[in-house]
Design a protein around this ligand. Structure first.
Ligand SMILES: Nc1nc2c(ncn2[C@@H]2O[C@H](COP(=O)(O)OP(=O)(O)O)[C@@H](O)[C@H]2O)c(=O)[nH]1
Ligand SMILES: [Mg+2]
Length: 208
């Protein structure tokens, strides 16, 4: 009996938002030391979600493990075509798009637009076919605001920052009517493990 399930995520976002740090945290490594990411890297980690211990002993969910397959990507604009390559190669269940409230909005909005276009390209290089596939596609778009410690964990401030991306997010919603959308406010460096885990918990809920 196979209990394990996969959660395949592509981690995208502008340079320096904390993509690699998040993956390090997921793997239980110290996120404090990261180096510039120059290529696609695939990280795998088998996790037991915190909610599983609350399940009945008779429930499969209690014993189920999730293989998180996290595809880390470089954020520099010159390396961004790798995003499409990553999604074509590793057949993602969804995109985890990270944002940094202390970096400028403009460059991050461009990254979000690139993420939209490259994801569509990964469905088909024919734009019309890609749009058609997008209309039926069940997928997940998770917008994660990182570095909450730098804005005193002010969620109101973080929401106001996220509002600056609303135009693009609305386009995602129109293009992918069957997609699930989620948002999280974390600090990879400071959040307790439960808050990091909650991201993957929500991915599970959206995908299964
Ligand atoms: N203050 C703060 N800095 C962070 C946090 N997460 C990541 N960083 C820092 O942001 C920088 C870029 O992180 P990195 O993971 O390499 O970003 P990437 O380019 O998106 O992979 C590093 O100096 C990290 O230490 C956080 O939660 N709070
Ligand atoms: Mg990186």
């Amino acid at each position: 009996m196979v209990l394990d399930r996969d959660i395949r995520l592509t981690i995208l976002g502008h340079t320096g938002v904390g993509k690699t740090s998040l993956i390090k945290r997921l793997k239980g490594e110290d996120p404090a030391s990261t180096e510039r990411t120059l290529d696609i890297t695939v990280e795998r980690k088998k996790i037991t979600l915190l909610s599983s211990s609350k399940q009945s002993r008779l429930s499969f969910e209690r014993y189920r493990k999730y293989n998180v397959i996290a595809v880390d990507n470089p954020g520099d604009f010159k390396l961004r075509r790798k995003w499409r390559e990553a999604m074509r190669k590793y057949k993602t269940d969804g995109i985890l798009f990270m944002l940094d409230p202390i970096q400028g909005v403009e460059s991050q909005r461009v990254a979000m637009e690139d993420s939209f276009n490259y994801f569509l390209d990964s469905l088909s290089l024919d734009p019309d076919k890609a749009d058609k596939k997008a209309r039926k596609k069940k997928t997940l778009f998770y917008f994660v605001i990182n570095k909450m410690d730098t804005i005193n964990n002010d969620e109101k401030k973080a929401r106001a920052f996220l509002d600056d991306f609303d135009i693009v997010i609305q386009d995602y919603k129109m293009t992918f009517p069957f997609a699930k959308f989620a948002e999280a406010f974390i600090s990879v460096h400071k959040s307790p493990y439960e808050d990091i885990d909650a991201i993957f918990e929500k991915c599970k809920q959206s995908l299964y």
